[in-house]
Each structure stands twice: as C-alpha cells, then as structure tokens.
Design a protein around this ligand. Structure first.
Ligand SMILES: [Zn+2]
Length: 48
C-alpha cells in the first residue's frame, strides 16, 4: 500500500512538470485560446 501512495505522489509531481516542460509565459501575439512561446531547448517558437 505504501508503494502505491509513493507512486501516486511521484505521478502528481511529474504531471505538472510535463505540462510546464518549457515554462515561460505566453507571447502577446498568441492567438486566442493558444499560447505561443519559445522552447528554450530548441529555440523554436510554437503554440499549443
Ligand atoms: Zn510549448
């Protein structure tokens, strides 16, 4: 049971970090409903 709780805890920690994998704010030029920003690891701007 303890292992299950630990696994769920790790999962809860990992999910937000994936969602904010490259962080940063949205560009002001982002279209409505989209968030465009620079991916720091690739230097490419993309929207999602
Ligand atoms: Zn992104």
């Amino acid at each position: 049971m303890t292992k299950l709780i630990i696994a769920l805890g790790l999962l809860a920690l990992m999910v937000p970090s994936v969602a904010n994998a490259h962080g940063g704010g949205c560009r002001k030029s982002s279209p409505p409903g989209q968030c465009c920003h620079m991916d720091n690891s690739t230097g490419v701007v993309h929207c999602h």
